[in-house]
Design a binder for this molecule. Sequence first.
Ligand code: GLA
Length: 389
Amino acid sequence: MNRATAAEAFRQVFDRPPTLVTRAPGRVNLIGEHTDYNDGFVIPAAIGFATWTAVAPRPDRTLRVHAGNRKEALTIDLDAPGAPLQRHWSDYVRGVAVELERDGHRLAGADLWFAGDVPDGAGLSSSAALEMSVGLALLLHSGIPVDRSRLALAGQRAEHHFAGTNCGIMDPFISAHGQANHALLLDCRSLDFRPLPVPESLSLVICDTGVRHALAGGDYNTRRAQCEEGVAYLRNFLPSIRALRDVTPAHLAEFAGGLSHVVQQRCRHVVSENERVVAFAEALETSDFDRLAALMAASHASLRDDYEVSCLELDALVEFAGDAPGIVGARMTGGGFGGCTINLVQTADVDAFESHVAEAYERRTGRVQRIFVTEASDGASEVPSAVNP
Ligand code: GLA
């Protein structure tokens, strides 16, 4: 998609041109899984797939919304926006509009069209891309100065209150703040971040299991509750901790014995994963590929064994990547229970890598696999009409 096709699609629906077009990307997480809602560290990158939004003003306070991919339309009255948790794409649009207004902004009515190419349900944050693209369009269209971190927080609250997923800040944050050719080391407590260049010789290769799992389905929220249970208990011994971010492996060894086995496992994953993220950032900056490989493998094993969010198909993809040409490191990415793996692959070997993994995967699972090669991309932005990306 580009600005011209987005503008044309808008014109077909609303019979006039848009005044403003935005795009916001999906994301892939290099490492730091299930750490964000524990106030920890993550290293995501924005990817080349995005959601596009086109808007034009209306004189009233309604949003007439058209979902281009599904060819569905509905109207949202900003003064009576309607109920959350409808399990429908409109939850995200309604959610981000309402949460921006709760943040003190007054939005103007709009005709609004959106569509995108972030694969749905693949764990590549199509919902964050939608929230950031629509949210940015609504702010700019209403003449409101954009604070990207506040926009990301509004997206996160939309997930909590309107979609029913108690997610962390990672996905909307990277969709809002992404930088071309860089991943971001993000501190999910302070929201401070540092861009880390992705080594030029490497490609980000995303392998999709084809297995789908809705995060709002409950397992994700259960994991989060187990982490909170761990913190509540550990506070008996460590009164100053606020989240698993504040807990060390030594703390766990000393104090976690009274927790259930499962909660101990969950805590061990998060505490060890935070350490891996910090080490990964260093390894990326020094192009220490052996270290990157070891950290990704340890992250995957911890998600599989301690956090129990992997599945046979994800494990198979990581296994096949391990002896594929050009592989530097592989692990599952995103919430888990299906979705995708992230593979750091030597760019020169990407084609050979793809055919090796795709053949092995089809042989083992009977499933045809989709593979996306992407580069780290810029975050949400307005797309001016003179530019045609
Ligand atoms: C989903 C959530 C994120 C994060 C990841 C796991 O993508 O939306 O906030 O928790 O899972 O790292």
